[in-house]
Design a protein around this ligand. Structure first.
Ligand code: NAD
Ligand code: DAU
Length: 349
């Protein structure tokens, strides 16, 4: 019986991970520790809220006392740190909170786990801390090549720089204290429960509302897309079988230009929902400052060591994803009410 502390579990990937673990293992205990920022939403987890293996605690990863209380109360085996400020555009406008949560929060969490997990000079058996990081720490690629685990860190945005800083702190806890840690660096995720500030749910929402679709720059920036469940499966593998102290890149050779993503969504909505939705909605807007041109992951290490590979082809995953948002219009309506409108107007209008 493993007890997981999942931080940021009310966000996009965290809630998908909680569903994944509760479905896969019957003998687990999950503590979802989340501050519930604009991006955290307990509606994501409504169907497991009564599950006896699941508990929610509202808290900030920067709050040492609250974390201490959680570790006092539960004998935590695994920490999986999803909690973060995660949106690049917001980091460009307001970097400070990214340093607070992503760097200071990570250190507070590491330190608490270290305190409760040490016995004399050693760590108790069966413990692990996993830092959910991003391919953005490697910076940007040209036309050729891929990010490997030994690609030097070269982050550009305040978001990716805060994630790179956090990664170095996690590494330092392994190098200095031999704390059992892993770092995973994943490419762009898509799937259910993603907040519509990110490209794919934003485009779906705008199509459904007949709103212009903002495409930054020339639309030819490339991202390497991964269906969120494939990411969850990779994290589970690394947690249980990853070599301690190692970094694992996660991505599945699904590179697409942004404009390809936008046109794919428009075409699906045009054909299946509303034939008046078409490419006239596309509006090329000013480019993102410091916009990374291309991300592409080399997943050889996780494939070779842990047998992981992405099971979902982009063409299937994107249809499943669009259908999920169509079937969950009330979820989208709820998350886009209130502050979202203000954010959208400030950002795009
Ligand atoms: P998200 O923005 O959807 O969710 C973040 C969650 O963290 C929210 O529930 C929020 O309430 C919570 N949170 C924020 N600040 C907190 C704090 N101080 N204390 C406790 N909880 C806090 O993010 P996501 O897209 O699910 O990303 C999760 C993690 O995965 C992040 O660390 C991100 O850097 C990383 N990641 C994301 C992607 C992607 O494509 N979305 C890809 C690779 C890595
Ligand atoms: O690569 C992993 C990263 O992917 C994660 O670490 C981040 O948390 C996650 O937000 C994501 O970052 P991106 O900046 O790549 O994702 P975003 O959805 O914001 O943008 C994807 C691409 O689409 C990017 O090139 C910018 C562009 N874009 C985005 C938006 C929101 C547009 O052209 N128009 C838009 O309105």
């Amino acid at each position: 019986m493993k007890t997981y502390l999942i931080t940021g579990g009310a966000g996009f990937i965290g809630s998908n991970f909680i569903y994944y673990i509760l479905k896969k293992y019957k003998d687990v205990k999950i503590i979802n520790y989340d501050k519930l920022t604009y991006a955290g939403n307990l509606e994501n987890l409504e169907s497991v809220s009564d599950n006896p293996n699941y508990t929610f605690v509202q808290g900030d990863i920067c709050d040492r006392d609250k974390l201490n209380a959680v570790f006092e109360k539960y004998d935590i085996d695994y920490v999986v740190n999803f909690a973060a400020e995660s949106h690049v555009d917001r980091s460009i406008k307001n970097p400070e909170i990214f340093v607070t949560t992503n760097v200071l929060g990570t250190v507070t969490l590491l330190n608490t786990a270290k305190h409760f997990w040490t016995e004399g000079d050693d760590f108790k058996a069966g413990k692990k801390y996993l830092q959910v990081s991003t391919d953005e720490v490697y910076g940007s690629l040209g036309k050729d090549g891929y990010f490997t685990e030994s690609t030097p860190l070269d982050s550009h945005s305040p978001y990716s720089s805060s994630k790179a800083s956090a990664d170095l702190m996690v590494k330092s806890y392994y190098d200095t204290y031999r704390m059992p840690v892993n770092i995973t660096r994943c490419s762009n995720n898509y799937g259910p429960y993603q907040f519509p500030e990110k490209l794919i749910p934003l485009v779906i929402n705008n199509c459904l509302n007949g709103r212009d679709i903002p495409v930054y720059g020339d639309g030819l920036n490339i991202r390497d897309w991964l269906y969120v469940e494939d990411h969850c499966r990779a994290i589970d593998l690394v947690l249980n079988a990853g070599r301690v102290g190692q970094v694992y890149n996660i991505g599945g050779h699904n590179e697409r230009t942004n404009i390809h993503i936008v046109k794919t969504i428009i075409s699906y909505i045009h054909d299946h929902v509303n034939s008046s939705v078409d490419e006239k909605l596309i509006k090329y807007v000013q480019d993102r400052k410091g916009h990374d041109r291309r991300y592409g992951i080399d997943p050889s290490k996780i494939k070779g060591e842990l047998g992981w590979y992405p099971e979902t082809k982009f063409e299937d995953g994107i249809v499943e994803t669009i259908k999920w948002y169509l079937d969950n219009r009330s979820w989208m309506d709820n998350v886009t009410s209130g502050d979202y409108q203000k954010y959208y107007e400030k950002m795009y209008l």
